[in-house]
Design a protein around this ligand. Structure first.
Ligand SMILES: Cc1cc2nc3c(=O)[nH]c(=O)nc-3n(C[C@H](O)[C@H](O)[C@H](O)COP(=O)(O)OP(=O)(O)OC[C@H]3O[C@@H](n4cnc5c(N)ncnc54)[C@H](O)[C@@H]3O)c2cc1C
Length: 415
C-alpha cells in the first residue's frame, strides 16, 4: 500500500498551557487533559486507523511545526504539501488505482479527511478538501481518458493543485445566474468572464470551471471545463480575508482563454447537474475535517481554564463552564454519529444529498458555537490574535458560508 511509505518519511503551533494533574470529579468527561472522541475507534477498521496514524506522522513532523510561520506570511507551500500527501497516496485513496489512487471505499477517504482535522487551524484542511472532494471526483466520474491522464493523475499524485471556479460577483448562492461564457469556435472554446472567492486560486495549476456553453435554461446550458491556469488570458488577484490566513484565495479573470472543446467533462450542458451531484462530497467533508479541530479546541480550553485562576480557584471549577464544554462535546459527538451514518451510506453508493446537507448545516453552526464559547472562556487571551481560540474563531466562521451557506442547506432540506 502506498500509505505505508509514509512511515519512512519522517512546536505545537501554540504554546500549550501547562496541564495540571488535578482531576475534577464533577466533570468526568473533561477530567482528562485532552478530550478525544472514542467514536472513530468504533467506526473505522484497523487499516483505516493505521492510515490515520501514517497521515498524523506527516502532519506532526512536516506540517504543524510550520503552520504558525505560514499564517504569519499569509501563505503555505501548496505544491510542497500536495506532493507529500500525493506521494503517500492520501489525495485519492478512493480513486481508481489506474489513475494513481488506491481503489478503496469512500470510508477510507473519510478517515483521511478526519485526520486532516489535526492540522492546526482550518486553512490547510479546507484547501486540501477543495482539491480532493470538489475537483478530483468529477474528473474521475465524467472525464474522458485524455482528461483523466492530463488532470486527474497529476492531481492525485500531488503534482497539480486544483481549484473550483463556480462563484462570481453576481452569482454565489444563485450559482445558476453566472455570466462566464465558453463559446465554441471550431474545435475550441473561448472563455470570457470572472470567478471570485476561489480557494487555491492563486497557486492552482488548473481550474474546474463552470461556464455557460449555450443560451437557454440556466440549469441545462452550463458545462464543467478543465482549464489550465497558465494559459494566455488568465489573470489572478489575491483576496484578503478575516481568517484562514495562510489559505490562498483569489479572483480569477478569463479573457479570450482558449481550450479544446474536449476539455468539457462528460456531456456539454450537464455541468450544473454534475456540480450539484458533486456538492454532496464537499458538504460531507466539512464535518469530517473539522471534528478533531473542535475536539482540540475543547481540550485546549479545558487546559487553559484549569490553569487560569480567578476568585481563588480555577475557572474550570465553575460548573457553568464545565456544563457548557460538556454540552458542546455532546453536540460534536451527535454530529459525528450523524456524519458516520452518511459516510457509511455514501460508501455503499447511496444518495446522501440530504444527510450531507444536514451535516454541513449543523457543522457550520456548531463550529461557530464551539469557537465563540471557547474564546469567551479564554477572556482577553482569547481575543489576542496568537491563541488557538482566536484562530479557530476566525477560521471556523467560514464554514457557514463556503461550500453553500447555512440558508442554502436549509433550502435543500425543506419540502
Ligand atoms: C472561505 C471561502 C472559500 C470559498 N471557496 C470557493 C471556491 O473555491 N470556489 C467557489 O466557486 N466559491 C468559493 N466560495 C464562495 C462561496 O461558495 C459563496 O460565498 C457562497 O456560495 C455564498 O455566495 P455569496 O457569497 O454570493 O452570498 P449570497 O448568495 O449573496 O448570499 C448572501 C446571504 O444571503 C443568503 N441567501 C441567499 N439566498 C437566500 C435565500 N433564497 N433565502 C435566504 N437566504 C438567502 C445567503 O445564505 C447568505 O447568507 C468560498 C467562500 C468562502 C467564504
Amino acid at each position: 500500500m502506498l500509505y505505508s511509505k509514509v512511515s519512512q518519511i519522517g512546536t505545537l503551533l501554540f504554546k500549550r498551557v501547562k496541564t495540571h494533574s488535578k482531576s475534577f470529579s464533577s466533570s468526568r468527561i473533561l477530567a482528562n487533559a485532552a478530550y478525544s472522541s472514542t467514536l472513530p475507534d468504533l467506526f473505522y477498521n484497523e487499516e483505516q486507523l493505521q492510515m490515520q496514524q501514517a497521515l498524523k506522522k506527516i502532519i506532526d513532523n512536516e506540517i504543524n511545526p510550520f503552520v504558525d510561520e505560514w499564517e504569519a506570511i499569509d501563505q503555505f507551500p501548496s505544491h510542497e504539501i500536495w506532493k507529500k500527501l500525493g506521494d503517500a497516496g492520501f489525495l485519492g485513496v478512493h480513486k481508481p488505482e489506474a489513475y494513481g489512487g488506491m481503489g478503496l471505499s469512500y470510508k477510507y477517504h473519510a478517515a483521511i479527511l478526519e485526520e486532516l482535522g489535526t492540522i492546526k487551524g482550518f486553512a490547510l484542511p479546507s484547501s486540501i478538501a477543495v482539491h480532493t472532494d470538489v475537483i478530483v471526483p468529477p474528473v474521475a466520474m465524467y472525464g474522458s481518458e485524455r482528461l483523466k491522464q492530463e488532470f486527474l493523475v497529476p492531481s492525485i499524485t500531488g503534482e497539480y493543485v486544483g481549484c473550483i471556479g463556480a462563484s462570481e460577483p453576481g452569482a454565489g448562492s444563485d450559482v445558476a445566474n453566472m455570466k462566464t461564457k465558453a463559446v465554441r469556435k471550431g474545435d475550441d472554446l473561448i472563455i470570457n468572464g470572472q470567478k471570485v472567492w476561489i480557494s487555491n486560486g492563486l497557486k492552482a495549476d488548473w481550474a474546474l470551471l463552470i461556464a455557460n456553453t449555450s443560451e437557454g435554461s440556466p440549469h441545462k446550458n452550463k458545462s464543467l471545463i478543465c482549464v489550465p491556469l497558465n494559459l494566455p488570458g488568465v489573470s489572478r488577484v489575491k483576496i484578503n480575508k478575516i481568517g484562514l490566513k495562510s489559505a490562498d484565495w483569489a479572483q480569477l479573470f478569463f479573457e479570450d482563454v482558449r481550450v479544446p472543446v474536449g476539455n468539457i467533462l462528460g456531456k456539454e450542458g450537464d455541468g450544473f447537474k454534475q456540480l450539484m451531484v458533486q456538492f454532496q462530497d464537499e458538504r460531507l467533508s466539512f464535518p469530517l475535517y473539522t471534528f478533531k479541530a473542535m475536539d482540540n479546541l475543547i481540550s485546549e480550553t479545558v487546559n487553559y481554564t484549569r490553569e487560569r485562576k480567578a476568585f481563588g480557584k480555577s475557572l474550570l471549577d465553575n460548573q457553568v463552564i464545565q456544563f457548557r464544554l460538556a454540552e458542546l462535546v455532546t453536540e460534536i459527538e451527535a454530529l459525528r454519529a450523524l456524519t458516520y451514518t452518511a459516510v457509511e451510506s455514501h460508501s455503499e453508493g447511496k444518495d446522501v444529498t440530504k444527510l450531507a446537507s444536514m451535516t454541513k448545516l449543523k457543522c457550520g453552526r456548531l463550529l461557530r458555537e464551539v469557537a465563540d464559547s471557547c474564546l469567551q472562556y479564554w477572556g482577553g487571551m482569547g481575543y489576542s490574535s496568537e491563541t488557538i481560540a482566536s484562530r479557530c474563531y476566525r477560521d471556523f466562521r467560514a464554514a457557514s458560508i463556503a461550500g453553500g451557506t447555512d440558508e442554502i442547506m436549509l433550502q435543500i432540506l425543506v419540502w
